[in-house]
Write a protein that binds this ligand. Sequence first.
Ligand code: 5RP
Length: 274
Amino acid sequence: MVNSYLDIGVQSRMNRIISPKDNRVVMLAIDHPYFQGPTTGLRNMSVTIKTLLPYCDCLMTTRGAVRANIAPEDVGSKPIMLRVSGGNSVLFEELSDEKLTVTIRDAIRMDAAGVAVSVFIGSANQQQTILNLTDMINSAEEYGIPVLAVTAVGKNMARDLRYLALASRICQDAGARIVKTYYCEEFSKLVDWVAPTAVVVAGGKYSSPPDAMKMAYDSIQAGAAGVDFGRNIFQDKNPVGMIKAIGSIVHGNHTVKEAMDIYNSCLPGATKLD
Ligand code: 5RP
């Protein structure tokens, strides 16, 4: 919780990202092309954004995607969590070699509500990526812009409580206002250990509607502020049904069964995104 008047800009932007009504957020992650290029569901990104924007609370994406794909009438309708680290591609096995890619000046010019930096703990570039995070926090906080840390752990490290909590806590200590991490067993411990920093959960590879909904449900029950799902929404055959269902879990505390009912009610006429 930010409680100093000196942090009024940060709080204002945090309130745009995470609703103060329930302290929850459905963030839609569509930043994948920054290292994957054309990605299923995001190849025609303007259609994906037009289709899903009404149902998310915040859009996590990149500078180029914002400029090229948000319809003029939709600009400013939802807060943007702007990815500001990158510099690699799927052609290289070691994805951790990232640097900062967007200046704070440009993030402000684009009216970003927050900026996101990836940190790869236990990787060959651990120090470089932690310093990317701290450099961006140093610049962004000066202008009242919250920084979200996207945690990744080294290739040989299990995505379990030990490593995810290690990565999340390092990001909190660096000064991140929001930590994005993966769900794991005993997730409530991770949430407690980084409290009061908000935790949002990444979706990971496309699985299935009930599995993704269960992950969202378990995350919320464990105390997460919300989700930052991508592929499990935009690669589903019923993307609108999926994001509405996830929203009902995050904001309405719906069960997986209740959320599946919403999903199924949107199935007739649903269109897969390219
Ligand atoms: C990768 C990211 C992505 O935005 C995010 O993790 C992908 O979302 P999903 O796994 O749900 O498709 O930050 O570093």
